[in-house]
Write a protein that binds this ligand. Structure first.
Ligand code: NAP
Length: 283
């Protein structure tokens, strides 16, 4: 598994982590999904992404159960505060609730889930206070455009803005215009979510004759591994695919050792052009 510097935090994180949105919250599929998370950790996908929003806290409980008993220092756990909780006192309280559901003493990273109507200055002050109190090691934002991201960093003062988590898949590469270059220049990591595009998965290109299928065959890899390798080709970029079965997790972890050459990157770039610049796309 490739590890890279996570912004200016000093931490190194695997290029491929694990998302948790829509994890099955009950029954046999819940247990299988928890086994999948544990298998992913074994394979180096130790960056685990969740949020108070997912299952209204249920997914944090699911994740807390899945990681119970694992060595804490090996894990990198991210959660997110809802914009409706972004006022100072509510952010602090939301973080404490997330910690209880996750059964943790501290988070590794705590993000504002998307821009809020509350003053950004207040949320950033709360995130700083959480760092000072040892409730989270690092803080970040999600779904912020380049200007908003740099403003968040300015408001944090000497606390680094660790990352901006944004939508990034082959058919939605808008962040490459301004968000990714600005993040790279400022020492902020980009964590790309929904790497497989949900309903926009590139099925045609994935056939054996398609551009992704051909590249995958050359490497004895799968199309999903090629997609993840492409999306994490920049030093600043990480991906957090969500998978709820052991075979899916094993496949995704395999992308952590796949590097594409310049011709392969150019072929994918031509097949899935960047498109025009515009407002930041979100899910
Ligand atoms: P995704 O990771 O692009 O796709 C998840 C889907 O792909 C699931 O249906 C999963 O199925 C399937 N899948 C995963 N690996 C597979 C494999 N190897 N073979 C076949 N199918 C596979 O979409 P996402 O869940 O939207 O995004 C990932 C994570 O990003 C989320 O879980 C969440 O943590 C985060 N996120 C953040 C935001 C934000 O606003 N910050 C928004 C959306 C998502 P199975 O479950 O059956 O394995």
């Amino acid at each position: 598994m490739r590890n890279k510097a996570f912004g200016a935090t000093g931490a190194r994180l695997p290029a491929i982590g694990q998302g948790t949105w829509d994890m099955p919250e009950a029954g046999a599929r819940r247990r299988e999904a928890q086994r999948a998370i544990a298998r992913g950790i074994e394979l180096g996908m130790t960056h685990l992404d969740t949020a108070e929003m997912y299952g209204a806290g249920g997914v944090e409980e699911f994740l807390g159960e899945a990681i119970a008993g694992l060595p804490r220092e090996r894990l990198f756990i991210t959660s997110k505060v809802l914009p409706s909780n972004a006022a100072y006192a509510r952010t602090i309280a939301a973080c404490e609730r997330s910690l209880r559901r996750l059964r943790l003493d501290y988070l590794d990273c705590y993000l504002l889930h998307w821009p809020s109507d509350e003053p950004l200055e207040e949320t950033m002050r709360a995130l700083r206070a959480l760092v000072d109190a040892g409730k989270t090691r690092f803080v970040g934002v999600s779904n912020f455009d380049a200007d908003e991201m740099l403003e968040a960093q300015r408001l944090l003062g000497d606390v680094p803005l660790a990352c901006n988590q944004v939508l990034y898949h082959l058919r939605e590469r808008g962040i490459e215009h301004r968000v990714l270059p600005a993040a790279r220049a400022a020492g902020i990591a980009i964590v790309g979510y929904t790497p497989f595009g949900r309903r926009r998965f590139p099925h045609e290109a994935a056939s054996p004759d398609g551009v992704l299928g051909k590249i995958a065959a050359t490497h004895d890899a799968t199309v999903r591994q090629v997609i993840l390798a492409f999306l994490t080709r920049d030093d600043a970029a990480f991906a957090i695919p969500k998978a709820s079965s052991v075979p899916h997790v094993e496949e995704n972890a395999g992308a952590g050792d796949l590097t594409l050459d310049a011709r392969e990157i150019a072929a994918i770039d031509a097949a899935f052009p960047l498109g025009d610049d515009g407002p930041l796309a979100t899910l």
